[in-house]
Design a protein around this ligand. Structure first.
Ligand code: C2E
Ligand code: CA
Ligand code: CA
Ligand code: CA
Length: 276
C-alpha cells in the first residue's frame, strides 16, 4: 500500500506543479493586466418587459490577454478574488463604468441604469464606500443611474453588510441581489436589507418552458419581490417564449441573448435608439 501511495504521489505532483505554475503565471499576468490596459468592459442591455425600452445595462469585464487572447471572467475572476487583485480591478471597473455613464449622459442619451458587479472582497473592503463616493464626484455620474450587484453569499455577515449597504444607498445608488435563489442565505435578510432589486438567476430561466418547478420558483420569486417592493430582473432570457412566461408572471425587466449579447460601449447609443 505504501509503494502504491508513492507511485500515486509521483504521478500527482508533476500534474499539480503544472496547474500551480499555470495559475502563478496567470496571477502575475493578472497583476500586470491593469497597467497594460488589457481590460475593457462590455455592456448588456436590460429592457422593460412591458414596454421593451432599454432601462439599463450591465457592465461585464473582459480581459484581452497579450498572448492568450480573450480570457472569460469565469477563468480569472476566482483567481483575482483569491489573490485580492480583484480589489484594484474592481475599482477600475467602477471608475470606467461611471465615466462611461457620465459620457453617455453628456452625449444626450436618455438616463438609464448602469449595473456593476461587486466581488465579495470588494464589498468587505473598508475603502469601498469612500471610493464609490469619490468616483461619483470625479466622473460626474448621476448616482441614481448606478446600481451595484452583490450576491447572497456576500450578505452572510448581516450586520456588516447591512451598514455597508445603507452607506451605499445614502450615496443615492441602488443595489441588486445577483443570481438570486442560488445562494445559501436565509430569506429573512430580505425584509430588512436596503436592496432595490432581485435578479433571477439564469438557471431558473433556462428550462422555464419544460420545467413546471422552475415556473413555480420564478413566479414565486417575482411575487415575493413585488410584495417587498423590489424590482425583478430575469437573466439569461434567450427566447420569446421565455419572455412571454416572464411577462405573464409580472417580471419587470429582461436581460439575455434574446434582447442582446453584451456589446461594446460605442454600440449602446444605436441600440438605445432602435429600442425606443
Ligand atoms: P453574472 O453577473 O451573472 O453575469 C451574467 C453572465 O451571463 C454574463 O457572463 C453574460 O454574458 C451571460 N449571459 C447574459 N445573457 C445570457 C443568455 O441569454 N444566455 C447565457 N447562457 N448567458 C448569458 P460573463 O460576461 O461571462 O460573466 C460571467 C460572470 O463573471 C458574471 O456573472 C459575474 O459573476 C462575473 N463578472 C463579470 N464581470 C465582472 C466584474 O466586473 N466584476 C466582478 N466581480 N465579476 C464580474
Ligand atoms: Ca451580475
Ligand atoms: Ca447573475
Ligand atoms: Ca452568474
Amino acid at each position: 500500500a505504501k509503494a502504491e501511495g508513492k507511485n500515486t504521489l509521483r504521478f500527482y505532483l508533476p500534474a499539480m506543479n503544472d496547474n500551480l505554475r499555470e495559475s502563478v503565471l496567470l496571477e502575475t499576468d493578472l497583476r500586470k493586466a491593469l497597467e497594460r490596459e488589457e481590460f475593457y468592459l462590455v455592456y448588456q442591455p436590460q429592457i422593460s418587459a412591458i414596454t421593451g425600452q432599454v432601462v439599463g445595462v450591465e457592465a461585464l469585464l473582459r480581459w484581452n490577454h497579450g498572448k492568450k487572447g480573450l480570457i472569460p471572467p469565469s477563468d480569472f475572476i476566482p483567481l483575482a478574488e483569491e489573490t485580492g487583485v480583484i480589489v484594484p480591478i474592481g475599482d477600475w471597473v467602477i471608475r470606467t463604468a461611471c465615466a462611461q455613464s457620465s459620457q453617455w449622459q453628456k452625449q444626450g442619451l436618455p438616463p438609464f441604469r448602469v449595473a456593476v458587479n461587486l466581488s465579495g472582497r470588494q464589498f468587505l473592503n473598508k475603502g469601498l464606500v469612500p471610493f464609490v463616493k469619490r468616483t461619483l464626484l470625479e466622473t460626474g455620474m448621476d448616482p441614481s443611474n448606478l446600481e451595484l450587484e452583490i450576491t447572497e453569499s456576500m450578505t452572510l455577515d448581516i450586520e456588516r453588510s447591512f451598514s455597508t449597504l445603507r452607506e451605499l444607498k445614502q450615496l443615492g445608488i441602488s443595489i441588486s441581489i445577483d443570481d438570486f435563489g442560488t445562494g445559501y442565505s436565509s430569506l429573512s435578510y430580505l425584509k430588512s436589507f436596503p436592496v432595490d432589486c432581485l435578479k433571477i438567476d439564469q438557471s431558473f430561466v433556462r428550462e422555464l418552458l419544460s420545467e413546471t418547478n422552475d415556473r413555480s420558483i420564478v413566479s414565486t420569486i417575482i411575487n415575493l419581490a413585488h410584495s417587498l417592493n423590489l424590482r425583478v430582473v430575469a437573466e439569461g432570457v434567450e427566447s420569446k417564449e421565455q419572455l412571454a412566461y416572464l411577462a405573464s408572471f409580472g417580471c419587470d425587466e429582461i436581460q439575455g441573448y434574446y434582447v442582446s449579447k453584451p456589446i461594446a460601449e460605442k454600440d449602446i447609443p444605436c441600440f438605445l435608439k432602435r429600442s425606443s
